[in-house]
Unconditional design. Structure first.
Length: 300
């Protein structure tokens, strides 16, 4: 059964029970965190972005999870931290490289600077309710990075293998937390998430995803600690109705399956890191300007 907590507490941010559950499990499912109007506005803007995509001038960059193929390492990907970029589903093309579906059903995700450049997503990202959650988690100076709309398209939405977000957004000390907002009902059929509760305390970060000195990206080993590979039955399914917020600790193991259904699985997500922590210069995501301050940011 999914582990959920009511969001009906009258005080802003998380209550003590919610904070305790997040500390124990490494993730927290909060239903009804945002309204149907929010969902409508975010989905409407996402649809507009998809329609505005000009395939004639757009590189056919495929998003890869890094499970079997090398992760995307081209400039379009590496310079996307403060841009709005489009990445295709791996199965959107046939063997000849021809798009098999309409462009609005071919995109895996739009990222990674929506919180910087798009007014609709910026306003949602820095809203007071989000700031209150960050304060509840003990952030002193949270910085926003890697904002994405992930579509998990019908029939071709790719699986995301087990991973820990701090592998990709490593800080010293570790500080990454993901905020993941369901824009549609997310179910086992259309590719909802699965977590290993408590794995943020038992599974160390042993590798980092970095920019290589000679170009491209790769995973580098940072620890020789033996890592327990969880059995399939250790993963807990986390179906999330539209309007749900999921908090994701940077060290908790999680994954999602293929979407083999006829329904999409749209979500919006971004990550926070502690501004006081050190962010290595070889982390894959870099931006020319400092990362956005959540507490000092305005919605405009």
């Amino acid at each position: 059964m999914p582990r959920t907590m009511s969001s009906s507490n009258p005080l802003p941010g998380l209550n003590e029970e919610q904070k305790k559950r997040f500390d124990e499990d490494g993730y927290l499912v909060i239903p009804n965190f945002f309204s149907p109007d929010d969902i409508h506005n975010l989905r409407k803007r996402a649809s507009e972005l998809l329609e505005e995509l000009d395939l004639a001038t757009h590189p056919k960059t495929i998003f890869s999870t890094g499970e079997t193929d090398p992760h995307v390492g081209d400039d379009y990907f590496l310079s996307s931290g403060d841009k709005i970029r489009f990445f295709f589903e791996q199965d959107a093309f046939d063997e000849a490289g021809t798009l098999q579906v309409d462009k609005t059903r071919a995109i895996n995700k739009i990222g990674h600077g929506l919180h910087i450049l798009d007014p609709t997503y910026r306003a949602f990202t820095v809203r007071p309710e989000v700031q209150a959650v960050a304060r509840s988690l003990g952030f002193k100076d949270p910085r926003i990075l890697q904002s994405m709309i992930i579509f998990k398209q019908p029939r071709i939405g790719g699986r995301v293998p087990p991973h820990q977000d701090s592998t990709f957004l490593c800080t010293q000390p570790l500080s990454a937390v993901g905020m993941w907002f369901a824009l549609e009902d997310c179910t086992p059929e259309n590719g909802c998430m699965y977590f290993v509760p408590g794995s943020h305390k038992t599974t160390p970060i042993t590798k980092r995803f970095v920019r290589m000195p000679n170009g491209g990206t790769d995973f580098i080993q940072i620890s020789d600690k033996e890592v327990h590979e969880p059995a399939e039955e250790e993963y807990v399914v986390a179906p999330t109705p539209a309007g749900t917020l999921v908090l994701i600790h940077g060290s908790v193991l999680h994954k999602s399956g293929h979407n083999l259904s006829d329904k999409s699985r749209w979500i919006y997500t971004f990550h926070m890191i502690e501004g006081e922590a050190t962010y290595p210069a070889d982390n894959w995501l870099q931006t020319p300007a400092p990362f956005t301050k959540l507490f000092d940011a305005s919605a405009s």
